[in-house]
Design a protein around this ligand. Structure first.
Ligand code: ATP
Ligand code: MG
Length: 333
């Protein structure tokens, strides 16, 4: 059975972009593939964060993933830092990736901003840790949003280079990006993607927002000075984003849906209603899960054990392939 792996950082509150770009596919994939999903807490150390909150956010992120529909009886859900093979494989891959290719990553340039000298080295090497996350599980498919395409290309390059140099060790994985709403834009700044790590309270629809809140945010969404509802992401990014959200929630086509709306107000009303309906089940399930902390902890403990059972042997293969001297019992003992 083909294997799937993907992850999410506990870097803030989960939003509609995470849901449409990633989680919705994860929920579908878990029934079709051998699926592994992780809360990638080590990635959340690459930007400023509050250590007093990280552990709690990690648990809440796992809880939210269960609320959106991940089912631990059919998939494996775990926390990245609970599986020590991730940073261990990262070193081998850092010695495979090049400084030049990491420096060119769009997300490094965006998140690093102007401060390239003082930015953490981890922000530069984060895509290699992500490559390790994927390659350890010999994953065939990686369901992600459009913003992660470039990192997936890097993962493929690094895997192929390692295989070429040291012999066939890794599967070269495919990105799986949704057809609509693969890059959900911020409602207030529709030329920038919705993000956890950027503060834009009015521009970010949270997975757990109640319907009134969704309605308020959608009604205040930035559009443009025209009045015509038309799907044109280059010239009308705000309106096109709303049309994509409607299409992703109701199953239609954004350009075709545009013709049904005489003005922005009617479009916004339908978008708000569709989103509230889309996210309602997750919000309801979260209330139940909140009362079951022990259950969430036990899911993660079991998940880490299942993850290590796959990651350990891959790490061992890779370390031996790279020519390192194995200790008795192998590298993953
Ligand atoms: P951060 O700002 O901390 O990077 P993020 O919102 O980008 O947070 P991640 O944890 O980095 O979220 O990514 C989790 C998944 O959500 C990835 O598969 C990513 O491609 C997807 N994703 C993130 N933002 C969007 C978006 N705006 N539209 C569609 N998919 C998205
Ligand atoms: Mg991100």
């Amino acid at each position: 059975m083909a294997r799937v792996l993907s992850g999410v950082q506990p870097s803030g509150d989960l939003h509609l972009g995470n849901y449409l770009g990633a989680f919705r596919n994860w929920v579908a994939d878990q029934h079709e593939f051998d699926a592994f999903f992780c809360v990638v807490d080590l990635h959340a150390l690459t930007l400023d964060y509050d250590p007093a909150l990280l552990a709690q956010k990690t648990l809440e992120t796992a809880e939210s993933l269960l609320a959106v529909g991940l089912d631990p009886s059919v998939c494996t859900l775990f926390v990245q830092s609970h599986v020590p093979e991730h940073p261990r494989l990262t070193w081998l891959l850092e010695c495979t990736a090049t400084y030049g290719e990491l420096r060119r990553m769009t997300q490094f340039k965006e998140k690093g901003g102007e401060q390239q000298e003082t930015v953490r080295a981890g922000l530069l090497t984060y895509p290699v840790l992500m490559a390790a996350d994927i390659l350890l599980y010999v994953a065939d498919r990686v369901p992600v949003g459009d913003d992660q395409r470039q990192h997936l290309e890097l993962t493929r390059d690094v895997a192929a280079r390692f295989n070429h140099r040291f012999g066939d060790t890794f599967v070269v994985p495919q990105a799986e990006v949704p057809k609509v709403a693969a890059r959900v834009m911020d409602l207030q700044e529709p030329t920038r993607k919705m993000s956890k790590s950027v503060s834009s309270p009015l521009g970010t629809v949270l997975v757990l927002d109640p319907p009134e809140e969704i309605d308020r945010k959608v009604r205040k969404a930035v559009t443009d000075t025209e009045t015509e509802v038309r799907y044109d992401p280059v010239h009308k990014p705000g309106v096109s984003n709303l049309l994509e959200l409607l299409a992703a929630s109701t199953g239609g086509d954004p350009a075709e849906l545009a013709s049904h709306y005489p003005n922005y107000g009617t479009l916004k009303a339908d978008v708000a209603e569709a989103l509230a309906e889309l996210l309602r089940p997750a919000r309801e399930r979260l209330v139940e899960l909140h009362a079951q902390r022990d259950y969430v902890e036990s899911v993660l403990a079991e998940g880490a054990a299942k993850a290590r059972a796959v990651a350990g042997p891959t790490l061992d293969r890779a370390m031996r392939a790279a020519g390192l001297h194995a200790p008795p019992g192998g590298f993953s003992a």
